[in-house]
Structure formats: C-alpha cells, structure tokens
Design a protein around this ligand. Sequence first.
Ligand code: AVI
Length: 327
Amino acid sequence: EGDFNFYEPQYRVGKENRDFYLDVIRGLAQVPKRLPSKYFYDKNGDRLFQEIMASPDYYLTRCEMEIFTCQAKEIIDSLSAGDLDFELIELGPGNCAKSIHLLRALVAANASFNYVPIDISENVISGLQSFLPGNVPELRFKGLAGDYFDTLAFHCLLPATRRVVMCLGANIGNMTVAESNQFCKQLRGYLQPGDQCIIGFDLVKHPAVIRRAYDDRAGVTREFNLNLLKRINRELEADFRIDRFDHYCSYDPLTGAARSYLVCLSDMVVNIAGTDIPFQKDECIWTEISQKYSKDQIRQMATNSGFIHTSEFLDSRSWFMDAVWTA
Ligand code: AVI
C-alpha cells in the first residue's frame, strides 16, 4: 500500500481506535471524500438513532413494526410450513423491539427453537441478556458478540437442525446494491438447503417521503450525522470545527439511493492525530447510503444470490418489505 505516511500518526491514537483511524484517513484521502457510516454508532450515536426511530418523519421503524406486530403468525407459517424446529439467528438485533413479536409468537406456538442474536456491540448482547428472560420467559437464547460474518461463519460450523437468519431494520440498505448482493451471496454460502432468511428492505416510494426521513424536521438526523465528526474529534485527537459543517441529504429516484453528506462551509485544514487534511468550502463528505428497492429488485436479488424468494410481508402502505428467502 502506498499510504505509509498515514501509519506513523496512528500510534498517537489508542490501539482500540487504530482501525477507526485508518478508515477515517483513507476515506478522507478519497475523491470525493467519504466516511464509513458504521462509525455513527458510539454511545451518543446510539441514543440519536433511537430518537430518529421515534421521529414522525422516519417511517421505516414503524412500518416494520407493523409487519411484525400484525403478521407474526403469517411469518411463522412461511418459515417451514409448520416445522418449528430450528435455530433463529438475528444479525444486529438492537433492542429486539420487532423480533420480540416473532419470538413471543414462536414460544406461544410451542416451537422448539433457539434464538441466537449476534451483534458487534457487547452492550447490545448484555442488554438482551438482562432483558429477554423477564420479557420472553421460556425463550432459550445465546447471544454472541462479534462481527456478523466471522461470528456467523464460526457458529454455522456447529450442527443444527435448520437455521433461519434475520437481518431486519433495512440495515442491508446501508450497503450499495453491489455490496448487498455480495452480502446475500456470502450469507447463502453459510447456509444449507432448506435454511431460510428474513431480510427487511425499505421500498421505493414518493421521493419526498424518503428525503424527509433523512432530513427530519426536528433536526435529529442532522445531529446524528454531525456526531460522526464529534466522535472523530474525541477518539482520534482531531480538531473539526463542528459549526463549520452542515448536514445534507439527497435522494435519487433513478437509482433508489438516499445519500447523506457533511458539507464543509469554509476552506480549512483539519488535523487528525497529526495528519493535516485540507477541506474546501462546499466540499461534501459522503457519510451514508440508505438504498431503497423495488419489489422486483428484491425478488431478483434473491435469485442472484442463490435463494428462492418464498414470501413477502408488507405494511399497510407498502412502504417496507420483510422478505423470506429459502436456501
Ligand atoms: C440503520 N439504518 C437502516 C438507518 C437508515 O435508515 O439508513 C440509519 C439512519 N441514518 C439516518 N437515519 C437513519
């Protein structure tokens, strides 16, 4: 790699922040500049994301919640036509607010299943460990903290009757179309024929509704985006002047991509752990993609990645889809 000059300053940041540092420096060395959205979620970012999900302008959470509260029984029916002996893995469970409806319905149906939530955050897993026993008594579960795919790959080496993998919340939308196809192919690679997955997709809809969701009137998404710079300042000894950046989001109905940016309001040089990075007025840092899909694209993605598109569950406005695919 040609970026040797980047390596020395990294030793000014703690070992635990080294990957973060390298991702930030590499992203800001690109033209146009970019920062990976996975770094939104520090403690403050988690709190802001909770606020976004409760915001009247951010429809996604309510749509998927409606699907899980009103159609849990139908979802269960599509999982294997009555054979309820499986392992239910959830990638990125958060606080389980949606999947809990499925868990309760499965327990009520006397399903013989184990629940395995996998999350990168130890906090999420320990939170579930204290929350689930009191809220879904009789649930057998084992939380695993770690990277989705590393953990899943390791876990899938263990014997199991059948596996169902859930990836809710339109998390798949935070990848480009090419990356999400790759993700689904990789997921298929870990599964056996007859295993299934449930994936949440945000659907294309009126462009103004989508843009509003990523530029909410209360300004929480703005705070959420700017928080990334605050985190870089705090954890990577940087000196971003937060008031010299603005939140901007675009939605392109031709590609289904909603993109968030941080716009630089004046020429400046920012120092990150000893490395100077120049910024120009009106330059944009691309921080996030939230990809929207048509129903046909979702059906096609199932086929492309080696799954059968088994069933689809929509909310009453057809704004969101939870798709069940069979390997
Ligand atoms: C987590 N993810 C699906 C959210 C989304 O809709 O892309 C993150 C988010 N970004 C801004 N608002 C919400």
